[in-house]
Ligand binder design. Structure first.
Ligand code: AHG
Ligand code: MN
Ligand code: MN
Length: 333
């Protein structure tokens, strides 16, 4: 059995500037994940469910567990001298921490908040960059807006039937399972590859009528393919990006959260949902786009910028782009 710490240490020599800083950041993420997992599984016993009565920068009501996870990770990262700053879904502005730190981290502390009170899996998503601003100075927004291809690490924690931690540093995707008896994440999914055949498709079809003509034609085509297939794809959508993504990563499947006529930029956030999940998808052999271009190439302009998000096997992602390009959407004319 290989622990997460051992796995990172064994590969530390592969990482540039193997100062150990990076492994200490992943260790803080792993500690935060263990603690969040502990509180989540007791939430309904400890009166930890429900809202705290404030609305966040996203315009969403903050759940008690959103706030707990956010504060817990910020406290952990603020004590790590290798981290120069933090950006969180729950924080309007970036949080400069250690001016000597060489890395910055972006965080969706609790993803899938609408599912917290009903026992459906939720997650944490993280994305790490080497800073570009001067060491010794406070970090700046530019450190967080470098663009998806400049990430040095990205991953997620899934608080599901077990607590899983999956991450990439650009050398494949590796998954670990928390062994509560030992309090350790153990390697259980080395070098994950997304199956090229899609078994699932995940989207919220309550907006289908608001999608572009091209995308609606893609869905009609998908249903037609299913009718004539002896192994039709199944619709699976739980409303937690991490849970929907993780199932599709292991079994092969398309996840999409498109834009609509009213909200062409979609709902999901580019920097701490889109970029990390897109990099993981590519590292596992899949493709990620905003419908038209590779997602990792989408220019990052604002910390809480939203993006349409398409993640899955290359065949499905390419097919979607084909339908979108060949059927110019009504609103685009
Ligand atoms: P968060 O809880 O961090 O705000 O993220 C929720 C996101 C994502 O997890 C999920 O894919 C999506 O919201 C579901 O949105 P709908 O409920 O609109 O389908
Ligand atoms: Mn989220
Ligand atoms: Mn969230």
């Amino acid at each position: 059995m290989i622990t997460l710490e051992q796995f990172i240490a064994d590969r530390q020599q592969e990482l540039e500037s193997a100062t150990g800083a990076f492994s200490k950041i992943l260790r803080d993420i792993s500690l935060g994940a263990k603690l969040v997992s502990f509180y989540l599984r007791r939430a309904s016993l400890a009166g930890f469910l429900g809202e705290i009565g404030i609305t966040n920068v996203q315009g969403e009501s903050v759940q008690k567990l959103d706030d707990m996870a956010n504060r817990l990770f910020i406290n952990l990262f603020s004590k790590n001298p290798h981290i120069a700053g933090i950006a969180s879904e729950e924080e309007e502005h970036i949080i400069p921490t250690h001016p000597e730190g060489r890395y910055v981290i972006l965080l969706d502390p609790l993803d899938g908040s609408s599912n917290i009170d009903v026992g459906v899996p939720v997650g944490t998503i993280f994305s790490i960059y080497r800073r570009v601003s001067s060491i010794g100075e406070p970090c700046t927004e530019a450190d967080f807006l470098q663009g998806g291809r400049h990430q040095v690490a990205a991953g997620y924690v899934l608080y599901g039937t077990s607590t899983l931690l999956f991450y990439t540093t650009g050398r494949g995707v590796h998954g670990f399972t928390l062994e509560p008896a030992a309090g350790e994440f153990l390697l259980t999914y080395p070098q994950v590859q997304m199956p090229t055949k899609s078994s699932y498709y995940s989207f919220n079809d309550n907006q289908l009528h608001e999608w572009s003509e091209g995308l609606q034609r893609y869905v009609t085509d998908l249903h037609a393919r299913n009718r004539s297939s002896d192994k039709p794809q199944s619709l699976r959508y739980v409303g937690s990006l991490v849970a929907d993504f993780h199932r599709n990563l292991l079994k092969g499947g398309l996840f999409m959260y498109p834009g609509t006529v009213k909200k062409p930029e979609g709902k999901l956030r580019l920097l701490y949902e889109g970029f990390p999940m897109a990099w993981l998808t590519e590292q596992a052999g899949g493709k990620a786009s905003d419908g038209y271009q590779t997602l990792l190439d989408v220019p990052a302009k604002k910390i809480h910028q939203r993006t349409p998000l398409f993640l899955g096997p290359a065949t499905e992602i390419d097919r979607i782009t084909e339908f979108l390009r060949n059927h110019v959407s009504v609103e685009a004319v």
